[in-house]
Ligand binder design. Structure first.
Ligand SMILES: C[S@@+](CC[C@H](N)C(=O)[O-])C[C@H]1O[C@@H](n2cnc3c(N)ncnc32)[C@H](O)[C@@H]1O
Length: 247
């Protein structure tokens, strides 16, 4: 499948590969992480062909999710689960759903794999790639029942705003992948990013806010993670947003 994000040109694809929403960190793993990666990746990490970097997805890639999950079921995608501190309990609470996670940091994926296996959570598969490439090249339009984006890297300095994941082209991409009525749930502890996201999503003709107030109530389905606790301890408020795809 070779789908292209709406409005994507060769030039913008080049830019997208260079400006990514994550820091390219060392992939070195500690011995327990390496063991978890080696023991558990088969069957849980979906291999994809790469284009130019280890986090890219080749435009000619295809993935058969029914085969990867061993069944047909509603599809939830999470972008950036980190070690899975919230993903693992959320997946366990939804055995009826297939959950596909895009994460770029292999040491975190190794810990996620260990947690999935020891806690016997069978309904998660992982693609070790940039979610922008993954959504663009692996998932067809109108294929997601829900998307989770919790605590995306905030890039708080204005000279780094261009690195934020939630940008106009990304919102178009997400809107194109959500099924009609599907939800996009987000949370961030950076007020400026929360406001920028809300403006972008409010202005998108294919998305409608699910909250009457400025922000959504904290989603009770989202476990409190150490990451969120650190933000709260530093005096930052947490902002939840929930939107639905409309036609
Ligand atoms: C700030 S952490 C939040 C982790 C987790 N969601 C939580 O709430 O604890 C952001 C995560 O997103 C991942 N990430 C950032 N940009 C990404 C992208 N474009 N595709 C996939 N993962 C990404 C990072 O590697 C990191 O694990």
């Amino acid at each position: 499948m070779t789908e292209t994000a709406p409005g994507t040109t060769d030039a913008s694809r080049r830019v997208r590969r260079e400006i990514v929403s994550f820091v390219r960190r060392s992939n070195r793993m500690r011995p327990p992480q390496r063991r978890a990666w080696q023991q558990y990746r088969d069957g849980l990490v979906i291999d994809v062909p790469r284009l130019d970097t280890s986090t890219s997805v080749h435009p000619d890639s295809a993935v058969d999710l029914d085969r990867e999950f061993g069944r047909q079921a509603p599809l939830i995608v999470e972008i950036g689960p980190g070690t899975g501190e919230s993903l693992v309990p959320m997946a366990r609470a939804r055995p009826e759903c297939n959950i596909l996670a895009f994460e770029v940091y292999p040491p975190a994926i190794a810990r996620l794999l260990g947690a999935l296996v020891t806690q016997q959570v069978p309904n998660v598969r992982i693609v070790a790639a940039d979610a922008v490439s993954g959504l663009t090249h692996l998932l067809p339009e109108r294929s997601l029942d829900e998307l989770w984006t919790f605590f995306p890297d905030p890039w708080p300095k204005s000279r780094h705003f261009k690195r934020r994941l939630v940008q106009p082209a990304f919102v178009d991409l997400v809107a194109s992948r959500l099924k009609y009525r599907a939800r996009w749930r987000l949370a961030t502890d950076w007020a400026g990013y929360a406001e920028a996201i809300r403006t972008l999503l409010d202005d998108h003709p294919g998305l409608v806010a699910q909250h009457d107030h400025e922000w959504a109530a904290r989603w009770e389905g989202r476990p409190l993670t150490r990451f969120e606790q650190r933000g709260l301890a530093a005096g930052r408020a947490v902002f939840d947003l929930t939107y639905r795809r409309v036609s």
